[in-house]
Design a protein around this ligand. Structure first.
Ligand SMILES: Cc1cc2nc3c(=O)[nH]c(=O)nc-3n(C[C@H](O)[C@H](O)[C@H](O)COP(=O)(O)OP(=O)(O)OC[C@H]3O[C@@H](n4cnc5c(N)ncnc54)[C@H](O)[C@@H]3O)c2cc1C
Length: 606
C-alpha cells in the first residue's frame, strides 16, 4: 500500500470557521500547522451562515453586556449547558468580532459608523453583528485571507477516515484525496477536530453535503466521549416548496426584520403559546412586537423570536391540526411591513438580499409582495465531542475539538448567532491550547503504528472488493437512514419509536457492512458516500440512544411520552462512549455546580 506522508505539529481537520480560527491561532503560536478539508478552501458549510454573529458589543443598545448574553445562552440551553463555556463565550465574543473587523471583515454599520447589530430569537437585545444575510461568507473570506498569510499548509479535497493513536494519545490521521483516491498519512503532535455537523443524517436538512458527522464518529472510535447527542436543532423555517429545495434555510433574520408567522386562517399563531420562562420578555400584542423589531427599547420581542425549539413545535402543531399552508408548512410573511414602512420593498432587498434571491430564483416568489411557505428543517447539533471548557481538549490526550462538532456551550438548544461566535471564541482557544500542548509536552509521540494504518486503508477499500452479487450501493441505504431518522427520531419522539429506530439502525448497519462501490478510486462519489455511511450510522445511533435515555422534554429534545421537564435531568448531561466490545455505552454525567456569581447573574436576568 502506498501513501504520501505529511508532518505537522498541529493538524486541524476542517476548514470552516472553527478550523480556520484554530489554525490561525496555532500558527500564531509558532508551531507548524496543517489544515484539511473535504471541499475546496472557502467552501465549508460556514460560508452558508446568514443572520450574524452574536456578541454583546452593545453598539445598538448600550444595556447589553456579557452577563446578559450569558444569561440568554443558559436560558436558551435550558441550563444543561457547560456554564464555564457559556461564560467564556459571552465574555470573549466581542473581542473576536472586533478582531475580525481589524482583519478586514466589512460589517453593516450603525449611522455613526459602528458595527450594526440585529435582533435574533432568544437574545434580549439586538446582538448579531452581520453583513446583510451573508455573514458566513464574510467570516470565511476574512479568516481565509488572514490564515493564508500565516503560512498554514492546506490539504484540500481530502477526507480523513481514521485517527491514529499511540496508547492513550492521538498521533495523526489517515485519509484519502477525493479527486484521485490516493492515500495520505498525517503525523501530528496534536489534532483539532472542526468537522461541523450531522444534518445529513436526516432527510430534510439545511446542511451542506459535508455535514455527515465525520468528526463525531472519528472521535468516538478513537475513544473520546460524545455528549448531549439527543439535542438536535430543527430550525423552524426551512423552505418547503418546490420539493428539490426542501430544507434550505430561511434565516431568522426575516423574523428579526419584522416577518410574522401565520396559519392558513391568517392567524398569528405564535401569540397562542408563550412559554412561562419567556412570558415577561415577550410582547403580548402585534403593535409592541413590531416596535421591538424597529428598535423601540421599551418594547418586548414578538413571539416569532422565541427560541427555535419552541417556534418549530408551534409550526408542527399548526400543520398537524390542519391549519398549514398548501405544501405542508405555514406562512412567513415580511411583505406586510409595507403597511407600516415607506420603501418596504427596497428595505427588504437591502436587509435580506439572499432571501429575496433565494425565493425569486428557486420558488418564483417575490417576498416583498407575497408570503413564503416554511417548515422545520434539521439545522444544527448541540451535541458533540465532550471537551474541557478552558482548553477544548477531549478525553483523548492531544485530541481537541471546536465548533459544531464539539458539545457544551449550547446545552439543550442553541440561540441563533451563537454558533459563529462559538467558532471564533472556542476555535481560537482550541488552536491556542493545541499549540500549547505541543510546546509543553514532555514526551514526543511514538512512531505511527503500521497496523492501524493498514487496517484503515483496508476498511476504506472494502467497498470495491465486494462481489457484484452481494451488497448494494450506498445511496439507497443513506436514503433509508435519512427517512427513518426523520420519521422516528425527529421533532417529537417516543420510546416506542426510538426503540424501532435502534432496530432499524442495526439493520441498516448490517446493510452498510456490505455496501459496495463500482468503478475505481478516481472521481468516485459513490465510494465517498459509501464511506460517509458509517459516520452517519454512528451519529444516528448516538442521537437515538441518548434520546431514549433522556426521559423528559427539554429544549430541542421533545418526548411525546414525557412532555414535561424533569428536574433530575436538569442536573445531568448524557454521555456516549465506545465500549471495549465495540458496543455503544450510554451514561449520565452530573453537571458541576455553578459558581454563586454566575447563578446570581441568571437570577438578576430572569
Ligand atoms: C444555512 C445556514 C445558515 C446559518 N446561519 C448561521 C448564522 O447566521 N449564525 C450562526 O451563528 N450560525 C449559523 N448557522 C450555523 C453555522 O453556520 C454552523 O454551525 C457553523 O458554520 C459550523 O462551523 P464549523 O466550523 O464547526 O464547521 P463547518 O463550517 O461545517 O466546516 C466543517 C469543515 O470540516 C471539513 N470536514 C468534515 N469532515 C471531514 C473529514 N472527514 N475530513 C476532512 N475534512 C472534513 C469540511 O470539509 C469543512 O471544511 C447556519 C447554518 C446554516 C446551515
Amino acid at each position: 500500500m502506498t501513501y504520501q506522508t505529511h508532518e505537522h505539529d498541529v493538524l486541524v481537520i476542517g476548514a470552516g470557521g472553527a478550523g480556520l480560527r484554530a489554525a490561525i491561532e496555532a500558527s500564531a503560536a509558532g508551531v507548524s500547522v496543517g489544515l484539511i478539508c473535504k471541499s475546496l478552501l472557502g467552501k465549508a458549510h460556514t460560508v452558508m451562515a446568514e443572520g450574524g454573529i452574536a456578541a454583546a458589543l452593545a453598539n445598538v443598545d448600550e444595556r447589553d453586556s456579557w452577563k446578559i448574553h450569558f444569561a440568554d445562552t443558559m436560558r436558551g440551553g435550558q441550563y444543561v449547558n457547560n456554564w464555564r463555556m457559556a461564560e467564556l463565550h459571552a465574555k470573549e465574543a466581542p473581542d473576536r468580532v472586533r478582531e475580525l473587523e481589524a482583519w478586514g471583515a466589512v460589517f453593516d454599520r450603525t449611522p455613526d459608523g459602528r458595527i450594526l447589530q440585529r435582533n435574533f430569537g432568544g437574545h434580549k437585545y439586538p446582538r448579531l453583528a452581520h453583513v446583510g444575510d451573508r455573514t458566513g461568507l464574510e467570516l470565511i473570506r476574512t479568516l481565509q485571507d488572514h490564515g493564508i498569510h500565516r503560512g498554514i499548509d492546506v490539504h484540500m479535497e481530502c477526507t480523513i477516515v481514521a485517527l491514529l493513536k499511540d496508547g492513550a494519545r492521538v498521533v495523526g490521521a489517515f485519509g484519502y484525496e477525493r479527486e484521485r483516491g490516493r492515500f495520505k498519512l498525517f503525523r501530528a503532535r496534536a489534532v483539532v477536530l472542526a468537522t461541523g455537523g450531522i444534518g445529513r443524517a436526516y432527510r430534510i436538512s439545511s446542511n451542506s453535503w459535508e455535514s455527515t458527522g465525520d468528526g463525531h464518529a472519528l472521535a468516538y472510535h478513537a475513544g473520546a466521549e460524545l455528549m448531549d447527542m439527543e439535542f438536535v436543532q430543527f430550525h423552524p423555517t426551512g423552505m418547503v416548496w418546490p420539493p428539490g429545495v426542501q430544507g434550505i434555510l430561511v434565516t431568522e433574520g426575516v423574523r428579526g426584520e419584522g416577518g410574522v408567522l401565520v396559519n392558513s386562517a391568517g392567524r398569528r399563531f405564535m401569540f397562542d403559546d408563550i412559554p412561562e420562562l419567556y412570558r415577561t420578555q415577550t410582547a403580548d400584542n402585534e403593535e409592541e412586537g413590531w416596535r421591538y423589531t424597529q428598535g423601540d427599547r421599551s418594547a418586548r420581542r414578538p413571539p416569532e423570536l422565541l427560541t427555535r425549539d419552541h417556534v418549530a413545535r408551534c409550526i408542527v402543531r399548526e400543520i398537524k391540526e390542519g391549519r398549514g399552508s398548501p405544501h405542508g408548512g405555514v406562512f412567513l410573511d415580511i411583505s406586510g411591513i409595507g403597511k407600516r414602512m415607506a420603501n418596504a420593498a427596497e428595505h427588504i432587498k437591502r436587509k435580506l438580499p439572499s432571501m429575496y434571491h433565494q425565493f425569486k430564483e428557486l420558488a418564483d416568489i417575490d417576498i416583498t409582495r407575497e408570503p413564503m411557505e416554511v417548515g422545520p428543517t434539521t439545522h444544527y447539533v448541540m451535541g458533540g465531542v465532550r471537551v474541557d471548557a478552558e482548553t477544548q481538549m477531549s478525553s483523548v490526550l492531544g485530541l481537541f475539538a471546536a465548533g459544531e462538532c464539539a458539545a457544551g456551550i449550547n446545552g439543550a438548544n442553541r440561540l441563533g448567532g451563537n454558533s459563529l461566535s462559538d467558532l471564533l471564541v472556542l476555535g481560537k482557544r482550541a488552536g491556542e491550547f493545541a499549540a500549547g500542548f505541543v510546546r509543553n509536552e514532555r514526551h514526543h509521540p511514538g512512531p505511527i503504528d503500521a497496523g492501524q494504518v493498514e487496517a484503515a486503508a483496508r476498511r476504506t477499500l472494502e467497498p470495491f472488493e465486494r462481489d457484484r452479487s452481494e451488497g448494494e450501493g450506498p445511496y439507497r441505504i443513506q436514503h433509508d437512514l435519512q427517512e427513518m431518522m426523520q420519521d422516528l427520531v425527529g421533532i417529537v419522539r417516543t420510546e416506542r419509536e426510538l426503540l424501532r429506530a435502534v432496530g432499524s439502525i442495526e439493520q441498516l448497519s448490517a446493510r452498510a457492512r456490505r455496501v459496495k462501490a463500482s468503478g475505481h478510486r478516481e472521481y468516485n462519489p459513490g465510494w465517498h458516500a459509501a464511506l460517509d455511511l458509517s459516520n452517519l450510522l454512528t451519529v444516528s445511533e448516538a442521537i437515538t440512544r441518548s434520546a431514549l435515555e433522556r426521559k423528559e422534554s427539554r429544549g430541542a429534545h421533545f418526548r411525546g411520552d414525557y412532555p414535561s421537564k424533569d428536574a433530575q435531568f436538569g442536573r445531568i448531561n448524557i454521555i456516549v462512549r465506545k465500549d471495549k466490545d465495540g458496543s455503544m455505552q450510554v451514561s449520565r454525567q452530573p453537571i458541576p455546580e455553578m459558581p454563586a456569581e454566575l447563578k446570581q447573574i441568571i437570577q438578576e436576568n430572569e
